[in-house]
Structure formats: structure tokens, C-alpha cells
Write a protein that binds this ligand. Sequence first.
Ligand SMILES: *Cc1c(COP(=O)(O)O)cnc(C)c1O
Ligand SMILES: [Zn+2]
Length: 403
Amino acid sequence: MYRLKCIKCSEEYPHDKQTFICEKCQGLLEVSIDIDKVSADKDTFDKRPIGVWRYREFLPVGEGAKIITLKEGGTPLYPGENIQKKIGLDDLYIKNEGANPTGSFKDRGMTLGLTKALEFKATGVCCASTGNTSASLAAYAAKANLKCLVILPAGKIAVGKLAQAILHGAKVVAIRGNFDDALKLVRAASEKFDIYLLNSINPWRLEGQKTAAFEIIDQLGWQAPDRIIVPVGNCGNISAIWKGFKEFYNYGLIDKLPKMTGIQAEGASPVAQAFKEGKDDVVPFNNPDTIATAIRIGAPVNAPKALAAVKESGGLLETVTDEEILNAQTLLACLEGIGVEPASAASIAGLVKLTKSSEIDTSEKIVCITTGHALKDPEAIFSRFEKPIEIEPDIEELEKILD
Ligand SMILES: *Cc1c(COP(=O)(O)O)cnc(C)c1O
Ligand SMILES: [Zn+2]
């Protein structure tokens, strides 16, 4: 029912083939599912709690597979009433992926990733990470009882994410280099030490992440929105979400597709630049720089998949500045009560920018994805908000400072 397929030359490989890259053309692989052989409907799903495994028939795992789950997914889809009013939109929603077990959407991918790792009889797993992938992998590896190695760029990981990876018992190694260097090293380590690689070049992980699209459709009453806005770093998530929408569309569960709209931080925006220049070749940024550490990536591995998603869907890629990102983080926190890390807020920053420039029609039904929780990166908050005022426990003193 499923196999690996090259997105460039369409060469196919059996589902148990241990490769992430096409042996013929070096293209990226994706999991190709025989949608016409799937047998499931809304009632099948309705019998199960909302979450990644509600849509099991669309997930490429064997019948008797041992499923490694922390009950990921099932994240809230909030109406963005206050932001909507403030910026003049009609129909805005926020899908808050920070509500996943380890605080980011990476958990959707890792439930699949660790389930496949066990199917493939791996004894250990590894990843390079800007933080959230390692936090998630460490937790799921613990649940699966597998050893876990994570390689991080030294001094560049938000403190909450680092704490999680350490707490869950991963072997955490920091390198003097950036994320792209870490990814190169971990790919070599994966081969040399025979440990299973779970970066987003791993197409099985993206199969879990596509369920964000299924849930949005489900939560909107079995319809697709007009537009999805998502922060883009290594380009896995936007590609996965688009794949999810296409699968429900091809299966006949929805009758239209959303415009995929990817937002990159200006200092780490190679894919948005390529899109704006109408090119397919993505020129890497050698020193990517942004406060949004989760999307601080100079050479995005899944760029070809993301560019295809944006073009096929009639969407676009846009950049936002760090200032726009931080303003959006505040907007979400203070108008909607949703606390997110900076990278997450890129989708809202993009929404604001594209609304101002009239790129977005005010009547569109829009879903912004917020990708990770505020507590991941407390320093990004402390560095720009006032510290609490300290007083004696005295009502008069309190009265003086309140207006
Ligand atoms: C991983 C991550 C992203 C970027 O997702 P890609 O799949 O790499 O494009 C964005 N925001 C947060 C919080 C993340 O953890
Ligand atoms: Zn190929």
C-alpha cells in the first residue's frame, strides 16, 4: 500500500529500503500511498480521539506495528477573534502546535519516526537540531527504549529545548558550528555507528506531520481553509502539511485545497529568496541569523518539496524581520492568550505583513500554524520585557506603583 518515491525522477523503492535519497538522481524521497486502496471515512475517524493516530489508515505503518505514542496532535484550533478584528480580517484561526507533548509539532513526526525505527529494528536514533527536534526525539526515544544521540550547534539552542533533551536522557553533543554543520555530522554518524537518522530528510517523520492538515480539516467541519500560513526553516513541515491536504483531497474528503504560504525570517530566508526570484535553485545562506532559532537554517534540506508545495497550491513565500516576529509574538500573547516561541510567531508576522500589502484578501478563511511553545525560549522574553518591580509586602507601596 505504500513505498518510497523520488520527487525528482519518480523512481520507486520498496517501503523497507533504508535510504532517504534517490540512488539514481540524489533527489528527495517521499512516501507514496495508494490512496484508492485506503478504506476509511469520517465515521471511522470519529470513533477515535483527535490526534495523529485518529487517521491511522492514512499512516504508513504495518498491521502489527508497535506504536510509540505520547498522544501527540489533537492540538487546539482557536478562532483568532481579537487579532482578526485588529488587522481587519474576517475569518482567522490559529492552530497551536505548541500544545503537543514536548511543546512543538515535531512530536507528530516522532511518533511515526520511532514507530518506524522499531519496525526497522534500530537500536538507536539520532538527529541534528536547532532544539525542538532534539527535545522531541529524546522524549520519544525514551518511550521506545532506544538510545538517542543529538548534535546541536554550541551556544545556539534555546534553554528550554536543551533542558528537555538532557532531561529525557539523550546523549547531547554540542559542536562548534551551525545547524547545517550539525546535520552533516549526524548523517555521517548515522552511517558510521548504524543509528537511525530522524531529521526531516526522513520521509517517514513527515507522514506524522501531515496529520496537522487532517486535523484542521476535521476541526473546520470537513472543509479546507483558503490559506495556511506556516513558519519555514528546513522546509519539512510545510511540505508535510501540503501532502496531508492533497491526500484528503484525492480521497474525496474535501473539495478544494488551501494556498500554502511559507514565512521565513529575513536573516535565514534562502527559499523565500529563490521563490521571489522565480528560481528553483536555492542559494544557501552561509551565516543564517535570526532571533527565531528554530528557523535559523541556511541550507534547507527539503527546499524542493516546499517550493513545489507553494507553487502547486498557488501560495507564496514571504520574509519577516526579527522585529516583526517579536511584535507578532506579543500580539498573540496579549490579544489571544497564546504563548509561542519566536519562530512560531513568524506565521502571525507574515499574516500581518501580507494583510497590509493586500496580498491576502480580507475575506479568506486563514489558518496560521504556531509551531512551538513560549517556554521553549524564556530568554527571548526576558530580554525585551521589564523585570517585575520589587516592593515590600505592603498595600500602600503596592498602590503607589499601580495606576
Ligand atoms: C522545526 C520548527 C520550525 C521549522 O519547521 P521546518 O519543518 O524545519 O520548516 C518552525 N518552528 C518551530 C517552533 C520548530 O520547532
Ligand atoms: Zn530520483
